[in-house]
Design a protein around this ligand. Structure first.
Ligand code: ADP
Ligand code: MG
Length: 715
């Protein structure tokens, strides 16, 4: 049996990684300061600071052989470097000559004076960049450029790491520092995956055992030529796997902690649900039935439910939430449904009232604008158990709200809530048993991402829309098309349909925001549609005003609802068939998808117009064309993820999870799944990590020290 690292060696590693870079040879206070501006303070930081690429100096291309359109490295003498003017445009221009030919280097922006000083004419340089053919010559725009010094004795390296520039630290100096840090630390890095599990990892076992070797390869590769990128990738995979392993271990442990608590075994008798289903004017979809049976299984079990319900906009999650709440109510418990906005909470409340009409289940609403008297009354009724279902916003988790016996917490549109709130709601219990938790989201989360962000939740997916939904026809419209869109809206209204006009708020202050909203609605009601009934909804209205505006629209008393994005989530008016979004270029993809999801709910043909009001960036253009191309929420979410990156996509930054340094959850899906399997396998044998062989892992998890430990996650 191979030995796993001891706690002592782990402690030693921690202290090595925590060593300030200032303690290294050649790092004085000045350089240390420059490094720390780049986020490099300790040896551990340095290890995680991977080269952006490697330059294989054994493979420099003679200038005459530089191929068009290809990135390449070449070496030569810098003949001159000076600022020139082309039609008043300042360009920094230089020439590199190597005996076989010449290349022009060009910079269009940057600190020209500084560059001229840094690269004196006559120096021997190594340059890297994409070669263009231009006016019969070769040129490279914005090359990476470095003065080449003769290699120090014994340092005939041919593969050189190229690090992202640290201002004020010469690349050569930086490389020396990195070399010291990597070499010094590498022998102290301990692997964290137990050797018995290596075969499940599918990565280089040597690197799992000696993560230091992987880090050396990542920075100062031993491979070169053809094998270079493959060699580096092999090392990176091993490190990433270890990183994912610790992440998944954290999630699985957190989950088993919550799960091992004593939950509630609900015993629904369907005395409320059956009559509800009878009065519904439709059948549940197959997907709704399936997720309900998954939820029911969890609720009937004595373990606490921790489940994520994912379903595209309009797929019928609200009804699922109601039925789940009724399962709690029928079992003598209370259900709480928490929505991200007041408008949405009010709408859920109204819907629930309507659906439960005549049934012995009392529903109440509690939001930030509930008056204190109301609040006291509702709170009292909740504490006495007279309320079966409470709908609300985060006002529900204030300390003065107490339940008699909260059994189920449903959190809608989770990604707007922090994890803390989720926990706070789950902890609102008095009696025995942790309440079940159901988190609902309309954002289809790509699997690899949900494994990290929601890795501690079970997943239910509504992958089927209620019948009669036609895809919403989506058109991107420029200024010139505005009038046509207005005419179109008028024609739809004449047919008895309704329309939304949504606009973004750009103003900074609340006051000007209000003015803009009011002004826009006046513009629409008096100038554009003087003949139609125009309502207004915006975030600065109080809740009674909002409810009135929304109520009037849903009863068909207004034809057009001019609104800010407060309608973004969950509003449900079947008769609305047009969604016009002003300044659509300013909205994010998921917002546009949510907005568009407000129409196309009644079976009639529906339309979405994305009005473009100003200059459009490349990203915005891409967003708009994705919207025009597809109605598929899953595809949209994936594109969104690509454009924004995982951190922004779901607010993972607030999820309390460590940032991954080497692994990439977007592109390393296979590794991530494998790491999850490895972590699960480990916990199967040693659920509480009590085995002395796992003492290092226990220490890492207990200390929440993933960020530091993830450095050595490779083994
Ligand atoms: P989500 O919250 O998932 O965006 P909703 O719960 O608001 O979607 O549902 C959208 C609309 O579809 C609501 O009007 C709801 O009454 C209706 N609906 C829900 N389930 C069904 C079904 N099985 N068949 C037909 N319509 C349904
Ligand atoms: Mg909803």
């Amino acid at each position: 049996m191979e030995k796993t690292p001891s706690l002592d060696s782990y402690r030693k590693m921690q202290s090595v990684l925590g060593t300030p870079l200032a303690a290294l040879k050649g790092v004085g206070p000045k350089i240390a300061e420059k490094l720390s501006k780049k986020g490099l303070s300790t040896v551990g930081d340095a290890l995680a600071f991977l080269p952006i690429r490697h330059e294989d100096r054994s493979r420099l291309t003679p200038i005459k052989n530089l191929a068009e359109g290809q990135p390449a490295s070449f070496r030569g003498e810098l003949r001159r470097l000076e600022v020139r003017y082309y039609r008043r445009r300042r360009v920094l221009e230089g020439v590199v000559f190597d005996g076989t030919g010449a290349v022009t280097l060009k910079w269009f922006h940057g600190k020209f004076e500084w560059l001229v000083k840094k690269y004196p004419a006559g120096s021997s340089v190594v340059a890297y960049g994409v070669v263009n053919y231009f006016n019969g010559g070769r040129e490279v725009i914005h090359p990476d450029l470095e003065i080449e010094d003769a290699p120090a004795a014994g340092e005939m390296e041919s593969v050189v790491p190229v690090y992202s520039e640290v201002e004020g630290v010469h690349p050569k100096v930086l490389r020396k520092i990195m070399r010291q840090a990597v070499e010094g630390a590498s022998m102290h890095l301990v692997g964290v995956v137990p050797p018995a599990l290596y075969p499940l990892c599918g990565v280089d076992e040597g690197y799992l055992r000696y993560p230091g070797a992987a880090y050396r390869e990542l920075h100062f590769p031993s491979s070169q030529g053809e094998a270079l990128s493959e060699g580096i990738e092999r090392a990176r995979k091993a490190v990433a796997l270890g990183e994912f392993f610790l992440l998944e271990l954290t999630l699985l442990r957190r989950r088993s902690g919550e799960k091992s608590a004593e939950g509630i075994a609900f015993r629904p008798d369907f005395s409320l649900i059956r009559p509800l289903l009878k009065t519904l004017p439709f059948e549940l979809t197959g997907a709704q039935k399936r997720v309900l049976s998954e939820i029911r299984r969890d609720m009937e079990s004595a373990l606490p439910m921790l489940r994520l319900l994912q379903g595209d906009v309009g797929s019928g999650k609200t009804l699922v939430a109601l039925i789940a709440s009724l399962m709690a109510a029928e079992s003598g418990y209370q259900g709480a449904v928490m929505a991200p906005t007041e408008v949405l909470a009010e709408q859920h409340y109204r819907n629930f009232l309507r659906l439960l009409d005549g049934l012995p289940a009392r529903v109440e609403l509690l939001t930030g604008s509930t008056t204190q008297r109301e609040r006291d009354r509702i709170s009292g009724a909740l504490a006495l158990g007279e309320v079966e279902i409470i709908v609300g916003t985060h006002a529900l988790i204030q300390p003065d709200v107490s339940f008699k016996n909260l059994g189920l917490a449903v959190v809608d549109e989770q990604h707007r809530f922090g994890v803390m709130q989720r926990v706070a709601l789950a902890q609102k219990r008095r009696g025995k048993g942790v309440p079940d938790l159901l988190v609902m989201t309309a954002t289809p989360i790509p699997r690899t991402l949900s494994m990290t962000v929601y890795g501690d939740l079970d997943l239910s997916v509504i992958d089927e829309m209620p019948p009669g939904r036609a895809p919403v026809k989506t058109t991107v419209v420029g200024k010139a098309g505005y009038q046509k869109v207005c005419d179109f809206i008028r024609a739809e209204v004449k047919k008895g349909r309704q329309a939304y006009v949504v606009f973004p708020l750009v103003e900074e202050s609340e006051k000007s925001e209000l003015k803009a909203a009011v002004e826009t609605s006046r513009h629409f009601s008096e100038e554009v549609f003087p003949d139609l009934r125009v309502g207004l909804l915006h975030g600065r209205m109080n809740s009674a005003e909002k409810e009135a505006a929304l109520g009037a629209f849903s009863r068909g008393e207004t034809d057009i609802l001019v609104s800010t994005t407060v309608i973004e989530v969950g509003i449900d008016v079947k008769n609305a068939t047009v969604m016009a979004v002003e300044h659509a270029e300013r909205f994010g993809l998921s917002q546009l998808h949510q907005l568009r999801g407000r129409v196309g709910r009644g079976g009639g043909e529906s339309y979405c117009f994305l009005l473009v009001g100003g200059p459009v960036s490349g990203d915005a253009r891409e967003r708009l064309s994705i919207m025009a191309a597809t109605n598929d929420g899953f595809r949209i979410a994936e594109e969104d993820l690509k454009i924004r990156g995982p951190g922004d996509f779901l607010g993972t930054r607030q999820s309390g999870l460590p940032e991954l340094k080497i692994g990439n959850i977007l592109t390393d899906g296979v590794l991530l799944e494998r790491a999850r399997g490895v972590a699960a396998e480990l916990l199967k044998g040693d659920p509480a990590l009590e085995d002395p062989a796992n003492s290092v892992l226990r220490a890492i998890l207990r200390e929440g020290g993933l960020s530091r430990a993830s450095l050595v996650a490779s083994g």
